[in-house]
Write a protein that binds this ligand. Structure first.
Ligand SMILES: Cc1cc2nc3c(=O)[nH]c(=O)nc-3n(C[C@H](O)[C@H](O)[C@H](O)COP(=O)(O)OP(=O)(O)OC[C@H]3O[C@@H](n4cnc5c(N)ncnc54)[C@H](O)[C@@H]3O)c2cc1C
Length: 391
């Protein structure tokens, strides 16, 4: 039995959490993305996995036009450690302080991104900042259901397809559940991250990676800044302009290119992201310490937001201003034409990452520069340098 065409599978884990026979395991596909594999010996063809798949049954009753705010957490530590304006930390702390449970993404001891459950502020801190890789939701949907049934207040965070998976798995609209989704460009291959870590540790004998922060604010928060810090057992490495971030479009999950969970109405109760383009809207709001955009997507989200403490700065903004410089709020990422060959070289042919980076990044960087040139110069290059024929 096939749950759905593999190219649409986001690997959210709803089917894995649902199967009554434990016949499904989440395994890495050829490019390293988590995908469900059915053990046909155990499968009883009940088709619950097909029915729970959010790709087969997703509908959102949220506002068609959410209420949008520029948001900044006033807690300086939380703000510094978060990718944007510390919106997640703000909401999550509110839940923990009220005896609730938070689900979010951390690096495990092997620096693999996975969802965990927590009821304390120490673990919460590990969830801060963006891990640019597909996370493994493991059994967190089952755990969240148990918490909800036990009357706990639960905040579940993740990328929109994971929230759609959770909602589909839960079926009931629990009043004690708050969902928070990220605006999402697309998720990268866990195998890419493995190869990246391996490459990074080359010539660093006896060093172990303890933490990676792809969104370090060492030089501030601004568009295009990919300042990475990697903490090892020996020291902290500062990597401005890290090439990992530049590989994003080349290493995304196939399902991201046809994502159903972008645009409006949103999936979760609250959406959080970066307020890119804030300077064009109102430069007095810009702060290099970071600024979030948040969408309140339904009545539940609104009530939770209004009830939360006021240790934050918020400004209501028009939806258009939020969307203008953040294309993934509304649109899916367009598949890079070199994506398949890059991942084939890296994952199937097992070519060294540095070689792939040299081969493909140069091409894509060249392409980026080319696309910024005026049309007449592009044509000159096309017909004289690249010797393309006019048709
Ligand atoms: C793969 C990815 C793509 C993104 N694309 C965009 C984009 O195009 N535009 C935009 O505005 N913002 C995007 N973001 C979100 C942005 O990077 C910030 O996470 C967001 O602005 C929230 O910032 P914060 O300061 O409120 O909280 P932070 O503390 O930075 O965020 C922590 C939250 O992110 C969650 N999280 C971290 N890594 C993952 C992961 N791999 N999978 C699922 N959840 C994760 C944690 O569970 C926690 O809920 C993306 C994030 C990720 C992980």
């Amino acid at each position: 039995m096939q749950i759905l065409d593999e190219k649409f599978c986001t690997g959210c884990g709803a089917c894995y959490n649902t199967c009554p026979m434990n016949a499904i395991t989440m395994q890495s596909d050829n490019y390293g993305f988590y995908k469900p594999i059915i053990d046909t010996e155990k499968c009883i063809n009940c088709e619950l996995c097909k029915r729970v798949c959010p790709q087969n049954n997703y509908i959102s009753a949220n506002y068609k036009e959410p209420i949008s705010f520029a948001f900044q957490n006033k807690n300086k530590q939380q703000l510094y450690k978060s990718a944007s304006g510390g919106a997640f930390a703000f909401f999550a702390q509110e839940i923990i302080n009220n005896g609730g449970i938070v689900y979010g993404v951390v690096w495990d001891k092997n620096i693999v991104a996975c969802h965990i459950r927590t009821d304390n502020l120490n673990d919460l801190e590990k969830m801060y900042s963006s891990k640019y890789v597909q996370s493994n939701t493991k059994e967190t949907f089952k755990e969240a259901k148990k918490d909800l049934k036990n009357g706990k207040i639960v905040l579940f965070s993740g990328v929109p397809c994971q929230i759609a998976g959770l909602r589909s798995y839960l079926k009931d609209n629990y009043t004690n559940l708050i969902t928070v989704e990220l605006i999402c460009h697309g998720v990268q291959s866990p195998l890419l991250l493995e190869k990246y870590k391996e490459e990074f540790l080359k010539n660093k004998p006896n060093e172990k990676i303890l933490n990676i922060n792809f969104r370090s604010k060492k030089i501030g928060w601004f568009w295009g800044n990919c300042y990475t810090t990697i903490e090892t057992s020996k020291k902290t490495y500062n990597l401005p302009d890290n090439y990992y971030a530049k590989l994003m479009d080349l290493t995304m999950n196939e399902s991201c290119f046809s994502c159903k969970f972008t645009g409006f109405p949103r999936v979760a109760d609250i959406t959080i992201g970066d307020f890119w383009g804030v300077n064009e809207y109102d430069s007095s709001l810009y702060d290099k310490k970071g600024l979030s955009i948040i969408f309140i997507n339904n009545k539940k989200g609104k009530e939770f937001f209004l009830k939360s403490n006021n240790n934050c700065n918020i400004t209501k903004i028009p939806l258009d201003a939020a969307i203008k410089r953040n294309p993934n709020i509304k649109n899916v990422t367009i598949k890079h034409k070199l994506r398949d060959s890059f991942l084939n070289d890296l994952c199937m042919e097992n070519k060294p990452l540095v070689k792939c980076v040299k081969k493909y990044l140069n091409k894509t960087l060249g392409r980026c520069i080319y696309e910024k040139l005026p049309k007449f110069i592009q044509n000159f290059i096309k017909y004289n340098v690249l010797k393309k024929e006019k048709c």
